[in-house]
Ligand binder design. Structure first.
Ligand code: NAP
Ligand code: MG
Length: 333
C-alpha cells in the first residue's frame, strides 16, 4: 500500500522566503499560480513573449515575466508547459539560471523519467502531480515524488507546495517519477482517453449503422457516460448499480465481458504497458513532434472532428437549455 499524506502532514512554512516561478499558464499553470497566491506564497508566472495568456494572468493579479526571467527570479521553478516542448525550453531558458539549493518541479514525470531533462546535482527535483484537470472547490488528489533530494528538505517542500495548491485536501500519494510516468501514460492510453473514446465511438457507430438516430446514439453512448461515471466516482460501482435498474445491471454482467473479453483485453493492455515501459511510446511521441511535424497527430485530430458523434454532440449540446458548457478548461491529460 502507498503512503498517504493529508493537510496535517504538510507545513506551508517550508515555502517561507521561497519565490515560486510557475512556468506556463494553461490548464495546470493557472490553477497552481492562483492557488499558491491565495495560500500567501510569493509567485510569478513565466510565459513566452507574445503569449495569449500574458494579459489573462496579469488580469488575475499575477506578476508575469518571460520564462528566463521567471527562472532567474524563482527558487522553485515549476514546469507547467506541454511535455513535448519542456526539454527545449529547459535547455534554453531554465537550466542556465538554476542555482544550488533551488528546486525544479514537475506535474508529470515524462521528461525526467525518459531523461529528456537531466537537472544538475545540487538542485531538488520533485513532483506535485494532480490526478486530473483542475476543478474548483474540493481539490484534486495529488501524487508526490522526489527524484533528487539535494537540500535534504525536498519532501517537506514538495508537500508544502501541494498543500499550497489545495491538493492536500483530497489526499497525497507518495510515488516515484518512474511509477507516476508509467501509470499515468497507461491510464490515459488504455482506459481514460484511448479506451473511453474508442468504446463510445464503437457504441455510437454500431447503433447508427444499424439505422438508429444519431441523436439517440449520442445520448445513449456518450452523453450518459458522465452520469454513470459520477455515480462510480461517488460510491463505487455499487452506487451505480444501486441507481440503475436491475435490467441494466443484469445486462452489465452478461454483455460487458462480451464486448471486452477480459483476458484478451488485458493481454492487449500488457502490450501497451510494455511499449510504455521500454520507451517505445515515448520515442514515438518525441519523433512525432521532432521529425514528423505531427502529421499523424494532426490527421487523427481532424478525422475525429469530422466524426458524426462529434458533430451531432455539438449540435445537441448547443441546444440544451443551458447552452452547453462554455467554460471548458484546456485539459490535456
Ligand atoms: P496546457 O494547458 O496545454 O498549457 C501549456 C502552457 O505551456 C501554456 O501556457 C503555453 O503557453 C505554454 N507553452 C507551450 N509551449 C511553450 C513554449 N515553447 N514556451 C513557453 N511556454 C510554452 O498544459 P497543461 O495541461 O497545463 O500541462 C502542463 C503540465 O501538467 C504537463 O507536464 C502535463 O503532463 C501536466 N499535467 C496536466 C494535467 C491536466 O489535466 N491538464 C494533469 C496533471 C499533470 P501559451 O500561454 O503561450 O500558449
Ligand atoms: Mg495525466
Amino acid at each position: 500500500m502507498a503512503k498517504m499524506y493529508y493537510e496535517k502532514d504538510c507545513d506551508l512554512n517550508y515555502l517561507n522566503g521561497k519565490k515560486i516561478a510557475v512556468i506556463g499558464y494553461g490548464s495546470q499553470g493557472h490553477a497552481h499560480a492562483l492557488n499558491l497566491k491565495d495560500s500567501g506564497c510569493e509567485v510569478c508566472v513565466g510565459l513566452r513573449e507574445g503569449s495569449k495568456n500574458w494579459a489573462q494572468a496579469e488580469a488575475a493579479g499575477l506578476t508575469v515575466k518571460t520564462v528566463a526571467e521567471a527562472a532567474k527570479w524563482g527558487d522553485i521553478v515549476m514546469m507547467l508547459i506541454n511535455d513535448e516542448v519542456q526539454a527545449d525550453v529547459y535547455k534554453k531558458d531554465i537550466a542556465p539560471y538554476l542555482e544550488e539549493g533551488n528546486a525544479l518541479a514537475f506535474a508529470h514525470g515524462f521528461n525526467i523519467h525518459f531523461k529528456q531533462i537531466v537537472p544538475p546535482a545540487g538542485v531538488d527535483v520533485f513532483m506535485a502531480a494532480p490526478k486530473g484537470p483542475y476543478v474548483s472547490g474540493k481539490g484534486v488528489p495529488c501524487l508526490v515524488a522526489v527524484e533528487q533530494n539535494a537540500t535534504g528538505r525536498a519532501y517537506e517542500i514538495a508537500l508544502a507546495y501541494i498543500a499550497g495548491i489545495g491538493g492536500a485536501r483530497a489526499g497525497i500519494m507518495e510515488t516515484t517519477f518512474h511509477d507516476e510516468t508509467e501509470t499515468d501514460l497507461f491510464g490515459e492510453q488504455t482506459v481514460l482517453c484511448g479506451g473511453v473514446v474508442d468504446l463510445m465511438q464503437c457504441g455510437f457507430e454500431t447503433l447508427v449503422e444499424a439505422g438508429y438516430a444519431p441523436e439517440n446514439a449520442y445520448f445513449e453512448c456518450i452523453h450518459e457516460m458522465k452520469l454513470i461515471i459520477d455515480l462510480i466516482n461517488k460510491g463505487g460501482v455499487a452506487a451505480m448499480n444501486y441507481s440503475i435498474s436491475d435490467t441494466a445491471e443484469f445486462g452489465e454482467y452478461v454483455s460487458g465481458p462480451r464486448v471486452l473479453p477480459h483476458e484478451e483485453t488485458k493481454a492487449r493492455m500488457r502490450a501497451v504497458l510494455a511499449d510504455i515501459q521500454d520507451g517505445t511510446f515515448a520515442g514515438r511521441w518525441i519523433a512525432e513532434n521532432k521529425s514528423r511535424g505531427r502529421t499523424f497527430f494532426n490527421s487523427k485530430r481532424d478525422q475525429l472532428a469530422k466524426h458524426l458523434m462529434e458533430q451531432v454532440g455539438e449540435e445537441l449540446r448547443r441546444n440544451m437549455i443551458w447552452g452547453g458548457d462554455k467554460d471548458l478548461d484546456t485539459a490535456s491529460n
